[in-house]
Design a protein around this ligand. Structure first.
Ligand code: CA2
Length: 142
């Protein structure tokens, strides 16, 4: 069975508690539940990983080299800063899709730059939890 790793970056574990106008009401647990339910339908295996630490995300990506079929990643704030996460994705063969809950392009200028998107097969922003589901569906179909 194809295994797809879902990575969420810093503060995504706090979703649902503040800024519902930007991120909606869903918590990380709600997002993972929706992903698990779709994964079952698509007959793919999913693994979840969330970290507030850049190096831990790099370590995780390195550790799944040749072990996962694909990656869905919401790098959160590291999207706009992390050459290290970009290089880690670059170094593995598995295709990745970058997901953002909010439309980063309608927000502050510093959120318009992604260090990650260029090493992904695509980017989805602005569609809330549905973005993760679309990314999973796309990767499962490859
Ligand atoms: O829209 C997204 O998914 C983001 O990746 C979310 C990040 C943000 O830094 C990116 O620019 C876009 C922030 C994640 C969570 O932030 C929270 C803020 C307040 C309360 C709870 C979570």
């Amino acid at each position: 069975m194809k295994k797809i790793l879902i990575i969420n970056g810093p503060n995504i574990n706090m979703l649902g508690s503040r800024e519902p106008g930007i991120y909606g009401n869903a918590t990380l647990a709600d997002i993972e539940k929706a992903i698990s339910s779709l994964a079952k339908e698509l007959k793919v295996e999913v693994e979840f990983f969330q970290s507030n630490h850049e190096g831990e995300i790099v370590d995780k990506i390195q550790s799944v080299k040749d072990k996962v079929f694909a990656i869905v990643i919401n790098p959160a704030a590291f999207t706009h800063t992390s050459v290290a996460i970009r290089d880690a994705i670059s170094a593995i063969a598995a295709p990745a899709i970058e997901v953002h809950i909010s439309n980063v392009y309608s927000r502050e200028e510093f959120r318009h730059k992604s260090y990650i998107a260029g090493v992904c097969i695509g980017q989805i922003a602005g569609f809330g939890v549905d973005g993760y589901l679309f990314a999973l569906k796309k990767l499962a179909s490859l």
